[in-house]
Design a protein. Structure first.
Length: 268
């Protein structure tokens, strides 16, 4: 009987810790340097060393990673993570505008046109969390052409020309303008870099000027295969600078294959 009582005492001593473990809640700080988890309503603590790397305990870190993936291609700030923690939360217009990065009056205008769904509670206009995330994905997921050009570090005018010529199919921004989806930025930038003339290339006019002939002469030479060229996605022709050296050799070894006026110019 004595052993049984001692076992019960021992079990009772362990029961609060067991309950805390099962419910995922900490009982007390084990060390004075322990730091409370920053997640709303979480009672767990993390060590001082761990707090130098993260604001959250282990389970809440997993939850934070899930939240960070809610708006692909955009790094949510710690403040935005905290705002999104409660799935049932609704946002005031001021909070929603700050989250979306738009002016309050623009958001009110969208609500008035039913472009943004909102509800009224206690005379306050609010936007549900899931709706807010949908608008955020649309706004942040597709950049306007000017912002996309800045993000890709390419010339805005050239990007706009590629879109106008149909070389790049644009996406549509939340506002209904031409844009580029964040998920396509790398591919579009690679296409633009291929389309850009190389620093040592001639265009049709400058190559003609270098030879002192009309550009129609160069066009005929290109058509006959006498001049090598590259064509960009916009249809622009670029001619490597090495073609001048190659034409000189051609004019010397096979003079009849090179037009006389070009041959005389190369001989100078």
């Amino acid at each position: 009987m004595k052993d049984t009582q001692e076992e019960r005492v021992h079990d009772n001593d362990q029961l609060p810790l067991l309950r805390a473990h099962l419910t995922g809640r900490a009982t007390e700080k084990k060390n004075p340097s322990d730091v409370e988890c920053a997640a709303p309503d979480c009672q767990r603590v993390i060590s001082y060393e761990a707090a130098q790397r993260t604001r959250f305990c282990g389970p809440c870190q997993m939850r934070a990673r899930e939240l960070r993936n809610l708006v692909p291609g955009y790094d949510l700030s710690d403040e935005e993570i905290d705002l999104l923690w409660d799935e049932d939360r609704s946002f005031k217009v001021s909070e929603a505008a700050a989250f979306l990065g738009v002016k309050q009056r623009s958001l009110y205008s969208l609500i008035a046109r039913d472009a943004v769904q909102a509800s009224t509670h206690d005379e306050a206009i609010t936007i549900a969390r899931d709706d807010l995330l949908e608008y955020a994905r649309s706004i942040r997921g597709v950049l306007g052409l000017k912002d996309a050009a800045a993000e890709m570090n390419v010339d805005y005018g050239y990007l706009r020309e590629l879109v106008r010529r149909g070389a790049i199919n644009p996406d549509q921004t939340f506002w209904g303008h031409y844009g580029i989806s964040r998920t396509r930025l790398d591919k579009v930038k690679a296409l633009i870099e291929r389309a850009l003339p190389r620093p040592d290339d001639y265009n049709l006019v400058s190559f003609s000027n270098a030879l002192g002939v009309h550009h129609s002469v160069i066009q005929r030479m290109i058509k006959s295969g006498l001049v090598r060229f590259r064509k960009g996605v916009t249809g622009r022709i670029s001619i490597p600078k090495s073609e001048l050296r190659r034409l000189r050799v051609k004019a010397k070894n096979q003079p009849e294959s090179v037009p006389r006026n070009v041959r005389s110019r190369l001989a100078q």
